[in-house]
Design a protein around this ligand. Sequence first.
Ligand code: ZN
Length: 69
Amino acid sequence: MRIKCPKCKGNAELAPDFTIVTCSQCNLEMSYGEYVKYVAHNDVTYSDILGDYAGSTEGQTAGTLDEWD
Ligand SMILES: [Zn+2]
């Protein structure tokens, strides 16, 4: 699914199994866990939403993703 790229603010792509986030516009590639930490650390708008997940998200899914669009 498409999500907001934390690096270039463009359209990044989250793999259906929530394992990896990629962005063709800036060649971003990171695991979903890294993405959550990156966003939570760099974007105060998302930090409240993702705060509960920032600690341990590796391999887990998050129900709030659908609300990001
Ligand atoms: Zn990007």
